[in-house]
Design a protein around this ligand. Structure first.
Ligand SMILES: CC(C)(COP(=O)(O)OP(=O)(O)OC[C@H]1O[C@@H](n2cnc3c(N)ncnc32)[C@H](O)[C@@H]1OP(=O)(O)O)[C@@H](O)C(=O)NCCC(=O)NCCS
Length: 167
């Protein structure tokens, strides 16, 4: 079986996607297409072979991270004048219920991190990927891959430098 992560388009079967988290299901069913149209986020879907069935999806957009939220070992290498640091927001990531537990969440996360990394070195600079985990289980999933909690925000981040070491 081969898998393909591509940009969401009108032909993909959004309405049958179910990851077990209402917010993430509703987003794909009702809002993702509009967000893409308005350039609020980019949405990528994982499809099985050439079929239109969506196995998983993630969204990417630009964000900033405030300097004083970052760990000291990162801050000390930054010029003092930079208070808002450019980053990439991996806003949502989900795998359909019937495909969970088969390594596809990891595959999709790696795809999102690699896409973010290559964009950061080729066109739009970004020093980290930020996620906004939906619950404790999601926090544990991201921790497994080296994401660190940002204080008082509920968000987590991984530095681009760390992503290069993952691949
Ligand atoms: C979180 C989610 C994306 C994981 O996808 P998945 O395909 O089931 O995960 P994988 O099979 O690729 O698992 C990869 C690794 O993460 C671990 N993992 C999976 N879910 C986990 C969780 N909730 N907490 C901790 N670890 C988790 C697996 O055990 C596996 O580790 P291993 O290789 O050491 O066994 C999926 O469960 C999901 O879509 N959940 C609902 C939406 C959600 O919570 N999204 C999170 C971002 S907001």
């Amino acid at each position: 079986m081969s898998y393909l992560a591509i940009a969401l388009n009108f032909s993909h079967d959004k309405k049958n996607f179910n990851c077990g988290k209402q917010l993430l299901d509703d987003y794909l069913h009702k809002q993702a297409k509009q967000d893409v149209k308005r350039k609020l986020s980019a949405c990528f879907v994982l499809l099985e072979d050439e079929s239109k069935k969506i196995i998983g999806y993630y969204t990417l957009s630009s964000t900033v991270v405030q300097r004083d939220l970052l760990p000291e070992e990162i801050v000390k290498k930054l010029p003092p004048s930079y208070n808002d640091l450019p980053a990439t927001l991996l806003g949502r990531l989900a795998i359909d219920n019937s495909f969970q537990g088969q390594g596809l969440g990891e595959l999709l996360l790696v795809d999102a991190l690699k896409r973010s990394y290559y964009t950061s070195i080729s066109s739009v600079a970004s020093m980290a990927v930020v996620v906004d985990p939906i619950d404790e289980a999601a926090i544990n999933f991201y921790k497994k891959y080296g994401f660190i909690l940002l204080p008082d925000s509920g968000k987590m981040f991984i530095a681009m430098d760390t992503i290069t070491k993952l691949s």
